[in-house]
Write a protein that binds this ligand. Sequence first.
Ligand SMILES: Cc1cc2nc3c(=O)[nH]c(=O)nc-3n(C[C@H](O)[C@H](O)[C@H](O)COP(=O)(O)OP(=O)(O)OC[C@H]3O[C@@H](n4cnc5c(N)ncnc54)[C@H](O)[C@@H]3O)c2cc1C
Length: 446
Amino acid sequence: MPNVIIIGGGISGLSAAYYLNKAGVRAKLIEKAAHLGGVIRTSTQQGCLLEAGPDSFMAAKPWAMDLIREVGLADQVIGSNDHLRVTYILKHGKLVPLPDGLMMMVPTKILPLVGTKLLTWGTKIRMGLEFLRRPPKAPLADRSVYDFLLDHYGQESIDYLAEPLLAGVYGGDPREMSVNSVLGRFVEIETKYGSLTRGVLAAPRPKGSGSGSLFRTLKNGLGQLVDKLRGSTDVLHGAVESLERNGSGFRARVNGDFIEADQVVIATPAGDAARLLQPWNGNLAELLQSVPYTSSVTLSLGYRKDTFDHPLNGFGFLVPKRERKLMAACTWVGNKFSYRVPDDMVLLRCFMGGDALKESDESLVEAAQRELRNIMGIQAVPVLHSIARWPNSMAQYTVGHEQRLRQIESIVQGIPGLHLAGNGYRGIGLPDCIKAGKEAATRITS
Ligand SMILES: Cc1cc2nc3c(=O)[nH]c(=O)nc-3n(C[C@H](O)[C@H](O)[C@H](O)COP(=O)(O)OP(=O)(O)OC[C@H]3O[C@@H](n4cnc5c(N)ncnc54)[C@H](O)[C@@H]3O)c2cc1C
């Protein structure tokens, strides 16, 4: 039976450990932080359930649900309250609802598009012509998301649709993001149909999108999954300071001691993996180092309902870069998911970009209150706040990412016993990270 260590106890590493254990291989998972789960961090304050990192996962990707079922948490799964779903975009200081029928930034319904105040007539006509006239296009080399969407829908659709929507998921810049890695399905549609709208309307709906909620989570928060996985994992807390080759195996130094292994899964952000590999594979380390990461801050604010002066008719809002100060998005938590907020409270979860990292807690709370006053007219004073800083935690798939991945994978294949998993490679969402951990386990056990 192989002797395996897993470096990193986020969801990627925990999933690798779970699937190894399931196949009869007991691995040692080494995590430098005091808690497991990486960026998953659930807590409660004054009866509110707070998610400092991810709050849910996409239902259309099966790997998170598969794992949740396997660990026996299926009865704890709840869906987003999609009947209340309205997302607003800040435009010229006012909250404007996203038109109905958008598939990401691709319009699929005429009337809501015609009626929306989010886009000017120039963009609406351009979207109509895209649908009616655009011919299929021969596959092109990777481009930025910006160039791709500019070509289809023009600048305004990037400023007020694509940029805020993608910033909410990747925290990144469309001018740098790879369209092949981030919007691969739309690239395929462009090749086949030309028009994204025509393609989206013609293509079969992705599995899981027809019924049920778009997003799912666990009743008591995603920490429930981490707690469950912890139970079947052999964990050592400590930073892996170095990883050396040792004959055909590896030797990791943790807390001053050496641990030997035949196989290693590095399930850290790519930059941390690069530092461990640098001493004996500079080439691989350089490629890993070239996967950039962005930083973010989440700030939850709780209010007493009887002091709160806004109807909260939706899931929250996104702030396009053009209009952004510190806040990039705000989720109205109690509407998006049930079981999060007691009846007498209101909970808002604000996302800020890397600029917010250096601010003190006091100035973040003040800035959030100021921006919420300007955007939503809220005068109420929060009775709780909780802040989480996430430096270099969100991988950016920049132009050329796929090619970099192929180079990384080809080098890794030449190093028997080495496996990479994590959000730096083939998907940053929880389902993709779980899939990455599972695939590493499968490679070890097959
Ligand atoms: C604020 C935020 C909100 C998000 N929201 C969502 C969402 O709603 N839905 C969704 O699907 N995804 C979301 N994501 C993305 C998703 O949560 C992450 O991509 C995913 O959880 C990453 O998991 P991971 O295990 O790959 O990495 P991480 O969670 O970063 O875990 C890596 C672990 O490796 C450890 N480590 C690093 N170096 C070492 C070392 N040398 N020795 C030992 N341990 C080490 C770290 O301490 C860490 O615990 C969000 C991400 C963030 C930051």
